[in-house]
Design a protein around this ligand. Sequence first.
Ligand code: DX5
Ligand code: ZN
Length: 228
Amino acid sequence: MPLFTRVSPSIIAVDYKNPDILNKALEDIEEGGANFVHLDVMDGKFVKNKTFDHEFVDYVKNHTTLLLDVHLMVENPEKVVDDYIEAGADVLHFHYEATKNPEALLKHIKSKNVLAGLAISPSTPAFKIKDLLNRNLVDVVLVMGVEPGASGQTFIPGSAEKVAEVRELDKSVYIEIDGGVNLKNSKVLRKLGANILVSGSCVFESRNVSKTIRALKGRDWRIHMHSL
Ligand code: DX5
Ligand code: ZN
């Protein structure tokens, strides 16, 4: 299992349309020790809300040195993935529920040297992606902790069990947990096998962004180091 916990703050938790607020948020999380910036693309079809497209991702790429963690919540993601690869996505997730051929799409993303992320909504059980995991087609599994569509929702408890189930299926894949992550549930999520924590409201509503990011990362890695 990858040793360190990464934190990926979700920018939709701030007023990202205001360039001053966006730039300040990017600066805060970069200085605060985040590993990625999480970019939630919503098309108004796969989910009700609409956010931004690849042009915004391109803007962010030019305003931060953080890795871009792009989460597509769109119908027919195969039609748009190349736009996001070109915009500079480092990790590119699409939803298992949004496409007929996840295998082809994972292969395509990997062939472009971008980490391929497979997102699963609360209604999709872990066993559905077993075959894709066994064939090493997935770099990151994104387990939704809430229904996709908005920041600031409450964590669905069954999502923690799903993290454990995915970890049971694959010991080395990155597991990203997205939605409703906070300082209370982060410890158990890390313990169950999540190693990328997305956080929107918990990071951006906190008074001290860097302290919050550090707390989300935890100190588990020290334990691992001692056992090496
Ligand atoms: C939900 C998004 C999440 C969300 C996280 O559809 O995928 O990334 O913005 O926000 P919080 O941490 O506030 O739940
Ligand atoms: Zn997300």
